[in-house]
Design a protein around this ligand. Structure first.
Ligand SMILES: C[S@@+](CC[C@H](N)C(=O)[O-])C[C@H]1O[C@@H](n2cnc3c(N)ncnc32)[C@H](O)[C@@H]1O
Length: 393
């Protein structure tokens, strides 16, 4: 039994109650124990960044606001712990999301059964999730990989302070971590748009890979795959979580030059239908229209409201303007080799034809060559197949 410094009881009780309520189910006893054994405040830096309610973040410092800091530490919210180039680059994930992911991965022993013996966590961050894994399975079962050397070192220190000693390594989790393979569970704590082949290769047959999902259009969903004996993996998407995307070492952040405006026309498809928060539609579009991202422009510079669409890897772009009056006719401008609004329209029409499937109806198969094929199950005798293009090298 660990002798880590305990979480303050009242705070731990509240976090447990909040997380349980959000999950809508009683936690297995091992999970309750783990949440009490792992004091979240020991994993957090002195400055946290909390959502400010206006789309940004505000700092919360332990030195000037110790009560607010401790309350935040035991709230069921994600806490941003680091920014890079103005964007959050590491966080202590929302505890209920962490627990939901671990439950989906089947981490922790069911009554009378042994839990998985080797688990790889990807994205150590603060070390909190790795500590929960250690509390559930024992230190020897857990390896964790972090890209950022400073975070990896701090995460390891946090784990030691709390009394845990998994293997912490620093590296690009896209390569998994071969020395500890094969794993029975691989659990990512950042989102991906493709499952790296190393993760499939390093997962034992029958093992599970669980990872948050993202696309350029929509960061949403969690993918749970089971590894087959033939080196493939298959499974489905689940309707929860929005995690920061996987970073790559020396990532090229150059923005492609944009084409001059070319086509002008009208559309009856409302931009709010494709980018207004319908996560099922947006999830589908993320698969169907690779590399397309969007941003709303309410500055009034071009139109009262403009949906701006960009090709993240090329010069194409599109804009859909709402003139403030007509809700069924919108001006469309398209530019570049890809007619992005036409692709979005075709993707949305396909989604409607399939009967507006929900994210839970999408299954993914990854073959030994790393090809990703998504099958949409409509339950009405129709199914859609989407082959995800290989990512550009
Ligand atoms: C949401 S945070 C992780 C939360 C963490 N598991 C915890 O309990 O605090 C995501 C982490 O993934 C790391 N990360 C992103 N891309 C990575 C990569 N390619 N390899 C390893 N770590 C990566 C980030 O640096 C960040 O610390």
């Amino acid at each position: 039994m660990k002798t880590s410094p305990a979480a303050p009881t009242a705070h731990a009780d509240r976090l447990l109650a909040d997380a349980t309520e959000l999950l809508g189910r009683q936690l297995p006893p091992g999970y309750e124990r783990a949440l009490r054994t792992v004091p979240r405040h020991l994993f957090l830096p002195g400055r946290l960044w909390l959502r400010d309610g206006e789309g940004g973040y505000r700092p919360c410092d332990r030195s000037t606001d110790p009560d607010g800091w401790l309350t935040a530490a035991y709230s069921d919210i994600p806490l941003v712990t680091q920014f890079t180039d103005g964007l959050p680059s590491s966080s202590a994930s929302m505890p209920s999301m962490v627990l939901r992911t671990l439950l989906l991965a089947g981490v922790g022993a069911a009554a009378g059964e042994a839990g998985p013996r080797r688990v790889l966590e990807l994205g150590t961050g603060t070390g909190f999730n790795a500590a929960l894994l250690c509390a559930l399975l024992g230190d020897d079962a857990v390896s964790t990989v972090e890209l950022d050397p400073l975070l990896a070192a701090q995460g390891e220190r946090n784990l030691q302070t709390a009394g845990f000693a998994p293997v912490v390594s620093c590296g690009d989790a896209a390569a998994g971590w071969a020395p500890g393979a094969p794993y029975e569970r691989v659990v990512a704590t950042f989102s991906v748009d493709r499952v790296p082949t190393a993760w499939v290769e390093q997962t034992a047959a029958g093992g599970r890979i669980v990872t948050p999902w993202t696309s350029a259009w929509c960061r949403y969903g969690t993918l749970a795959l089971t590894s087959g004996p033939d080196g493939t993996a298959h499974g489905r998407f689940h309707a929860f979580a929005s995690f920061m995307p996987m970073q790559r070492p020396c990532q090229d952040t150059a923005v492609p030059a944009t084409s001059p405006a070319q086509h002008r026309g009208m559309t009856s498809l409302s931009p709010w239908l494709v980018a207004g928060g319908d996560l099922d539609a947006e999830f589908h579009l993320g698969l169907a229209v690779p590399g397309a991202s969007f941003a709303w422009d309410t500055s009034g510079e071009h139109a009262p409201v403009r949906l701006h669409i960009a090709d993240d890897e090329g010069p194409s772009w599109a804009a859909v303007d709402y003139d403030g009056r007509s809700a069924d006719r919108f001006t469309v401008i398209q530019a570049g080799p890809r007619l992005l609004w036409d692709e979005i329209t075709a993707g949305y029409t396909h989604w409607e034809t399939l009967g507006r499937p929900r994210i839970g109806q999408y299954r993914l198969r990854v073959n030994t060559a790393g090809d990703h094929t998504v099958k949409v199950e409509t339950g009405r005798g129709r199914s859609g197949i989407i082959t995800l293009a290989k990512p550009s090298p």
